[in-house]
Ligand binder design. Sequence first.
Ligand code: GLP
Length: 231
Amino acid sequence: MTIHIEVLKDLDLLYAKGLAIIEAKLEQGATTFGLATGGTMLPLYEKIRASSIDFSSCVSFNLDEYVGLPATHSESYRTFMRMNLFDAKPFAKSELPDGLAADVEAEAIAYEEKLQNAHLNFQLLGIGENGHIGFNEPGTPFDSTTHVVELTQSTRQANARFFNSIDEVPTHAITMGISSILRADTILLIAVGEKKRRPLEALLKGDQTTEVPVTALQDHKNIIILTDLDI
Ligand code: GLP
């Protein structure tokens, strides 16, 4: 396990560091970027928008998308990405799983194929409170590729804050699998706030277990963690 961890209590510095890591990757020639959604990423995308970064010759792949939300829905991940990043910083091409595909299982397989052909130089990652990455919930095999998942009640509850009520939170999503994520050359994991302490501790100090999906990262060769938590 090669983990480079930086604890930054000052969130402005933490996100400035995140921006600097992405800029450095671009300078080193990275062209394919795996992107993430979630509240954790908002300040990072704000910094990217205000920067001079140019992704116009790069390709992006998002980790996941809800099943059944129209692309124009304010909480679809496509809308999230457009509003927070793509409108200001367009990529040559931006891929997200299509949560409205008639056959979502086939869509997951097609997405995985695109991903494997592209090969990610970089993957941005948050963590769920239960240790999920992307939408790989506890119990997901580490060799999983892009697939359709049923979201746990706790994940739907955690994401209900973005909807009018929990009933509106989709029950399923399409997510890159754990092995899809692990293939990226470099992974930048951002964990901010006390709710992320347990999964982060499990990654850094715990045994590897599918019950805490983020512990799969212990097998990766190049992980950078930015956190405000003393661990
Ligand atoms: C969602 C996303 C994850 C994200 C997690 C944490 O479930 N699918 O990719 O890491 O939420 O979100 P937040 O940053 O809002 O805590």
